[in-house]
Design a protein around this ligand. Structure first.
Ligand code: BES
Ligand code: MN
Ligand code: ZN
Length: 490
């Protein structure tokens, strides 16, 4: 399991700077006076920082300059990052991420001084310092792993950084799950990794196929029929809030591999479908973050874990299955499996927990990638206020989210000749008809958000806070939604 780098906060000791090994990182404002740490580095290097600032006009926030093998210091390099004291959270985190990309095997000392966003710089550094090398035989050695961060009030900054770094741990948990290949992350292995979170205070239950059949989850079970891996639903509960407060429910699509089933996908790119459990991965990471920072809220996380495979036992196009709610579904395309999984888990979540609100997350449609690319997740909601709360949380965390419509006419595209509804609505507005399919399983009065994360869960290029591959998109936004809207006051 990938854990964020340890960041040790220490009080400023200007005299320790000259002897620091490895890399020394220093923040300088875009204009105006240097802080005392930068002044010390400047003096040790006989004015290198001042000369650099003079020579390079137009240095702007986020820029990085490296002085290699500085005379007068033991360090092999000084990394200078431009960051004004009055910067945004995003700018502070990006500065941290820039430093993370400089970090090699040698030790790192960050001189953050009395920067008011030192904790956010640490958060950005932690988030970007991620690699998934579990399956590389050549491992990155663990030596020199800790990063030292010199700040003026170390106890204060450490306390401010603790909940942020808990969220980074949640993000890493999600990324590891999403990056893991499907022969390793089977439904059984996935459930085991979630059960291990009992160790951090989550209540975790695993419902096996027998129990799911008894509950009537015919839609979910129909998806896993063709696989040798057993279908499961895992229920995670974090009860950090008032005893009687109705919880927020998070529901995730956990298709550990999506071949399409009998409606088989083309070979090209099919390997990407190891990330089709991304929704469940985000739910798991969010629950981990909430538990680690001991959130004062009640949140339940439910994930449907299945594998969509073709076989002699697999569900066929044309089959009719019955959902737990009782609605019958004509399976037109076995590749539209995510909604079949989610509809049963969502129904169960509402029947059992009577949640105050519900968010589901799924790598649900290729169509959302056509619409929004890899910059924004699709946001669908039946509730203006709840939706706006989420959009604000996502924006504050720098996670792209864009609202999409719902509507009766889209729902009508799902009318079936022989059953209550069918599982696909044709090519037009594929993401919206998928959302309308789920909408039908949302109970009266439950504020609900559906997040289609097919475009953002895993990407082919580096992003500001992650190398290519799994991003962990959504863990930070959900954590903030909980903090802002569901957390009891101290
Ligand atoms: N898991 C896919 C959606 C997906 C596509 C996720 C690309 C990530 C990247 C989903 O199960 C699926 O196959 N959806 C179909 C639905 C269609 C058959 C109605 C799609 O989008 O093509
Ligand atoms: Mn599919
Ligand atoms: Zn899928």
């Amino acid at each position: 399991m990938s854990e964020p780098v340890t960041i040790r906060f220490e009080d400023c000791d200007l005299d320790a700077i000259a002897a620091a090994a490895g890399r020394v990182c220093v923040l300088v404002p875009d204009e105006g006076n240097l802080g005392q740490e930068a002044r010390r580095v400047n003096r040790l290097t006989r004015g290198a920082i001042a000369r650099m600032r003079e020579a390079e006009d137009g240095l702007k926030t986020g820029d990085l300059r490296t002085l290699a093998w500085p005379a007068g210091m033991a360090a092999r390099a000084v990394d200078v990052v431009v960051l004004p004291r009055r910067c945004s959270v995003d700018e502070a985190r990006k500065a941290g991420a820039t430093l993370a990309m400089q970090r090699g095997r040698e030790p790192m000392l960050v001189l953050a001084g009395n920067h008011p966003k030192a904790a956010e710089i640490a958060m950005g550094l932690a988030l970007r310092d991620y690699g998934f090398d579990d399956h590389k035989t050549a491992k990155t050695p663990e030596d020199g792993r800790a990063v030292r961060m010199m700040v003026s009030k170390s106890a204060e900054i450490e306390a401010a950084a603790a909940p942020l770094l808990a969220v980074a741990q949640g993000v890493f948990f999600t990324r590891d799950l999403v990056n893991e290949p499907a022969n390793v992350l089977t439904t059984t292995e996935f459930a085991a990794r979630l059960e291990a979170m009992r160790g951090i205070g989550l209540e975790v239950e695993v419902l096996e196929e027998g129990a799911l059949a008894e509950l009537g989850m015919g839609a979910l079970l129909s998806v896993g029929e063709g696989s040798d891996s057993p279908s499961k639903v895992v229920v995670m509960q974090w009860n950090g809030g008032d005893r009687d407060a109705a919880p927020l429910a998070l529901v995730g699509k956990g298709v550990v591999f999506d071949t399409g089933g009998i409606s088989l996908k083309p070979a090209a790119g099919m390997e990407d479908m190891t990330m089709d459990m991304g929704g469940a991965g985000v739910v798991a990471g969010a629950m981990r973050a909430l538990a680690l920072r001991k959130a004062r809220a009640n949140v339940v996380g439910l994930v449907g874990l299945v594998e969509n495979m073709p076989s002699g036992r697999a569900t066929r196009p044309g089959d009719v299955v019955t959902s737990m709610k009782g609605d019958t579904i004509e399976v037109i395309n076995t590749d539209a499996e995510g909604r079949l999984v989610l509809c049963d888990v969502m129904h169960y979540a509402q029947e059992r927990f009577r949640p105050a609100a519900m968010v589901d997350l799924a790598t649900l449609t290729g169509a959302i990638i056509i619409g929004l690319g890899h910059e924004n997740a699709g946001v669908f909601s039946n509730d203006e206020q709840f939706c706006n709360q989420f959009l604000r949380a996502a924006s504050a965390e720098g996670e792209g989210a864009w609202r999409m419509p719902l509507g009766r006419a889209y729902a009508d595209q799902l009318k079936s000749r022989i059953a209550d509804l069918k599982n696909t609505g044709g090519r037009p507005a594929g993401s919206v008809t998928a959302a309308e399919f789920l909408h039908r399983f949302v109970q009266e009065g439950v504020p609900w958000i559906h997040l289609d994360i097919a475009g953002v869960a895993s990407v082919k290029t580096d992003t500001a806070f992650a190398p290519k591959g799994a991003t962990g998109w959504g863990v930070m936004a959900l954590n903030r939604l909980v903090a802002d809207q569901f957390e009891a006051a101290e």
